[in-house]
Design a protein around this ligand. Structure first.
Ligand SMILES: O=P(O)(O)O[C@H]1O[C@H](CO)[C@@H](O)[C@H]1O
Ligand SMILES: [Mn+2]
Ligand SMILES: [Mn+2]
Length: 390
């Protein structure tokens, strides 16, 4: 019997363009496949031993004879390719209306209302890469003290500020003000605090980033699990993505390795239910930065830690490794890509070498978790428990 699910989202590790990728301008995107191609292969022996190379349609990773895990891939139903949409679908929701985006910047009325409330002017107000815009406007920011507001192809209102110009607590406060303004007609998925340090020419962003999300519009599998008295432990930015809804305990992390450390820490403790971890470096440090070499290294670094994670699993644990969207570092632009996500599952109670094929919705993951933990479902997705439980 499985009574604890460890759900890892390896943020942005997509495995090929979805059939509807054209609508998103993402035909030809393949995060994992194109990294393998650009970097002359990927050394991921542990993910491969679980079945990574055996997933239908995977490119750049060879299959093996007898994978130890259950494996497959999934399409995304919701019409979005952002983190929130991806995670909410994994947790059992389908977003019928995509989040609003602002490719040409935010309307004057929004910026005016924001500037009045924070009693400061703002800089930027356009779509940009976060590292590029602090280089571009950093000097003016240091001189004026005005925060830098920017967005991307995602539904985000991001506020960048130097930690010595706007202390982080104050930055979080102005994010909360933005959150109040960006509701209703302008219900952007996230307001993101983007603090940075350093001096002109060598600014670096810090791990004090915070995301201020919306509540999920309906009950997720996390809320159901919590109601049923189970633990729902959030590691990394999971707490932010769900705006704390359905979470019983949370820890924020410095980077991928810290995320793995924290997950192992919780695995060793007595708890029942869901440990939900997001490893964001793949996306934020390498995908958006279009750095296939760094992305490859981050993947290999994570792969190396898998034996340690598996060793920490108890008899009744099951680990699921999935992603939330793509972010092909070899693709045009700097945004996410509409892709299939991989699904790798392992545990003592799980069948080896089972192919669950191509799932129609990320919500199949939530439905399966409900089925396994014996709790009600969100009503979305189809469980594949019977294919993989011993
Ligand atoms: O370029 P940076 O600031 O990393 O922004 C990226 O991070 C945001 C949230 O994941 C997205 O909007 C994406 O564009
Ligand atoms: Mn993401
Ligand atoms: Mn991203």
């Amino acid at each position: 019997m499985v009574n604890r699910v460890v759900l890892f989202v390896i943020d942005s590790v997509g495995i090929g363009a979805l059939p509807d990728a054209e609508k998103f301008g993402d035909v030809g995107a393949n995060t994992l496949g194109n990294i393998a191609k650009a970097e002359g292969g990927l050394h991921l022996p542990n993910l491969i031993s679980l079945g990574l190379g055996n997933i239908d349609g995977i490119v750049g990773i060879d299959p093996i004879e007898a994978p130890l895990g259950t494996y497959g891939r999934s399409e995304e139903v919701s019409q979005g390719k952002d983190t929130t949409t991806g995670h909410w679908e994994i947790a059992g929701l389908h977003l019928t209306k995509p989040f609003k985006t602002y490719p040409d910047g935010f309307p004057d009325a929004v910026i005016k209302a924001f500037e009045e409330k924070i009693e400061k002017k703002t800089l930027g107000n356009k779509a940009a890469s976060g590292t590029a815009i602090i280089e571009e406007l950093g000097e003016e920011h240091l001189q004026t003290g005005y925060p830098i507001v920017y967005t991307s192809a995602d539904s985000v209102f991001q506020i960048a500020a130097h930690e010595e110009v706007i202390p982080i607590e104050e930055l979080y406060q102005i994010c909360k003000i933005a959150r109040e303004i960006m509701m209703g007609d302008h219900a952007v998925a996230r307001i993101i605090a983007r603090p940075f340090v350093g001096s002109l020419g060598s600014f670096t962003r810090t791990s004090n980033r915070r995301d201020f999300s919306l509540n999920p519009p309906e009950e997720t599998v996390l809320e159901i699990a919590k109601k049923e008295g189970l633990d729902v432990i959030a590691v990394g930015k999971i707490e932010d993505i769900f705006n704390g809804q359905g979470i019983t305990e949370a820890v924020h992390t410095e980077d991928n390795m810290d995320g793995i450390d924290q997950t192992i820490h919780y695995l060793k403790k007595e708890n029942k239910g869901i440990i939900f971890t997001n490893l964001v470096d793949f996306d934020s440090k390498y995908g958006h930065r279009r750095d296939p070499k760094g992305y490859k290294q981050a993947l290999e670094e994570m792969d190396k830690r898998i034996p340690e994670i598996l060793k920490s699993l108890k008899k009744e644990d099951m680990i699921m490794i999935v992603a939330d969207h793509g972010n092909d570092p070899t693709f045009k632009g700097t945004d996410h890509t509409r892709e299939y996500i991989p699904i790798l599952i392992y545990g003592e109670g799980i069948q080896a070498n089972v192919n669950i094929g191509t799932r129609k919705s990320f919500a199949d993951i939530a439905a399966t978790i409900s089925d396994i933990l014996n709790i009600p479902t969100t009503g979305k997705g189809e469980s594949f428990k019977n294919l993989m439980i011993k």
